[in-house]
Design a protein around this ligand. Structure first.
Ligand code: GMT
Length: 375
C-alpha cells in the first residue's frame, strides 16, 4: 500500500513510534510518505519506498499563531494526489487528526476517498486533548477518523472516559524490533559512565513535569546512600534545571550525568542496570520498553498504561506516584544481589519480546486493509 504518515518529528514517543512503524512498513514492501515539519529524528535513511515531505509554514506578521494545520492539510492533499496515496495514518490527535479530516474533505470534493487512521498516544488525550479549549475539536476529529487506535488498554479507557466517542477504539500496543537487539550485551562500554563497582541507573524522557523528574533524583539519592551508583539523565526539557539544582542541594552532582538528547539511546541502555520512570501519567511508557529490550529492569510508578509493560516483581517494581521511598527500596532489592539483578535483566528482555514488531505490525496492516476495503 501507499501510506502517508503524519507525526511529530521530535524525540517524543509518538514520533518515535510513527517513524519506526513507517520504516518497518517500508521493509515489508509498502511505500511510506512521512509528512511533517522536519525530518523525523529516527529517520536517518530515505529510500525508494521511504519519502519525506516537509511542511513549510511561511511566517506572516499578521498571524500571532502560524496556521500549521492549514499548511499540513494542503501539503497532505498535494502529496496524496501526486503519489496516489491509499491511506493516511496520523499519530497524535492534536492537530493531526483535525488536519487529516480537512484533508479528507478537500479530497472528497475531487471525488477521492482516502481513509484516515488516528493513533492516540497519551498526552493528546490525558493532558492536552481533554482541556476544554480543545475538547470539542479533538472529539470531533477522533469520531471522524475511519479507524482509531490507542497504544494501551488504559489509554482506550481514559479516552472513553474523557470524550464522547462513537468509534470503536482498537488497542495496538507500541513495539520494538527485537532483531535489532540480538547482540550479546557484553561489550557495553560501562567505563564511559561509571567505575566497575558502581551500578548505573538511567532515566530518559522529555523532562516535562509529567515525568516527575525530582522523584528520579530523590530515588537515586536514596539508592546512592546505600550502594555506589551513578545516575545517567538523558533528554532535554523544562525540568532539567530543577533537576540540576536538586542534585546540587542534595550534594550528588558528581554522581549524576546529564547527557541531553541522544540518538544513541541503545548504547546508553546497554550499560544500564536499572531504569527509572516515576511518571505522573504515562499511556504506555515506550522508554521503559526500550529499556527492557536492552535487558534493563524498570522501577516505575503504576500510572496509566505502565502496568501493561512493566510487570510487578518480574521485570521490575511499580509504586504509587510519588512514593519515592518504596521506589528506592525496590531499586535496592534488585541491585544489591547480582543473581537477582541478572534474573530481573533476563525477565525484562523476555517480557519486552511480547511487543516485538513482528507481532504488532500485522495488527496495523489488518486495520489498514479493512479501512481501505471499506472506502
Ligand atoms: O511524554 C512523552 O514521553 C512524549 C509523548 C509523545 O506523545 O510523544 O509520549 C506519549 O506517547 C508515547 C508513545 O506512544 C507513550 O509511550 C508515552 O507513554 C506517552 N506519554 C504520556 O502519556 C505522558
Amino acid at each position: 500500500m501507499k501510506i502517508a504518515i503524519v507525526c511529530y518529528p521530535t524525540f517524543g514517543g509518538s514520533g518515535v513510534v510513527a517513524t519506526e512503524l513507517g520504516i518497518a512498513l517500508a521493509d515489508r514492501g509498502h511505500e511510506v510518505h512521512f509528512v511533517t515539519y522536519k525530518q523525523p529524528v529516527r529517520l536517518s535513511l530515505l529510500s525508494n519506498n521511504i519519502h519525506f515531505h516537509e511542511v513549510h509554514v511561511p511566517e506572516y506578521p499578521l498571524f500571532h499563531y502560524q496556521p500549521y494545520e492549514l499548511a499540513l492539510s494542503s501539503k497532505l492533499v498535494d502529496t496524496i494526489k501526486l503519489h496516489k496515496i491509499d491511506l493516511l495514518h496520523v499519530h497524535y490527535a492534536i492537530p493531526h487528526a483535525y488536519a487529516g479530516y480537512m484533508t479528507k474533505k478537500m479530497l472528497e470534493e475531487e471525488g477521492m476517498y482516502v481513509p484516515m487512521i488516528t493513533t492516540l498516544h497519551g498526552t493528546d488525550i490525558t493532558l492536552v486533548g481533554k482541556h476544554p479549549f480543545y475538547k470539542p475539536a479533538v472529539t470531533f476529529s477522533i469520531n471522524q477518523s475511519d479507524v482509531v487506535t490507542s497504544v494501551s488498554q488504559n489509554l482506550k479507557e481514559r479516552t472513553l472516559e474523557f470524550f464522547d466517542i462513537s468509534r470503536e477504539i482498537q488497542v495496538v500496543p507500541n513495539f520494538i524490533d527485537k532483531k535489532k537487539y540480538s547482540h550479546s550485551f557484553t561489550d557495553c562500554q560501562r567505563s564511559l559512565m561509571a567505575d566497575d563497582h558502581e551500578k548505573i541507573i538511567t532515566h530518559i524522557s522529555n523532562f516535562r513535569k509529567v515525568k516527575r523528574i525530582p522523584d528520579v533524583i530523590e530515588v537515586f539519592y536514596r539508592v546512592e546512600k546505600e550502594i555506589p551508583a551513578k545516575l545517567v539523565m538523558v533528554g532535554e526539557g523544562p525540568q532539567k534545571e530543577v533537576a540540576e539544582r536538586l542534585c546540587d542541594s542534595l550534594g550528588i552532582s558528581d554522581k549524576v550525568i546529564f547527557l541531553g538528547n541522544s540518538n544513541e539511546i541503545d548504547r546508553i541502555l546497554c550499560f544500564s542496570d536499572l531504569f527509572l520512570l516515576p511518571s505522573e501519567s504515562e499511556s504506555f511508557g515506550l522508554a521503559a520498553l526500550e529499556a527492557m529490550i536492552n535487558r534493563v529492569p524498570v522501577i516505575s510508578s503504576n500510572a496509566g498504561g505502565i502496568p501493561e509493560v512493566n510487570i510487578e516483581g518480574v521485570t521490575g517494581y511499580l509504586s504509587d506516584v510519588g512514593n519515592v521511598d518504596e521506589m528506592a527500596k525496590n531499586a535496592l532489592k534488585i541491585l544489591v544481589d547480582e543473581a537477582n539483578l541478572e534474573k530481573f535483566k533476563s525477565n525484562a528482555r523476555a517480557s519486552a519480546e511480547r511487543f516485538d514488531i513482528l507481532k504488532i505490525l500485522p495488527l496495523y496492516e489488518n486495520l489498514y486493509e479493512k479501512a481501505y476495503k471499506s472506502r
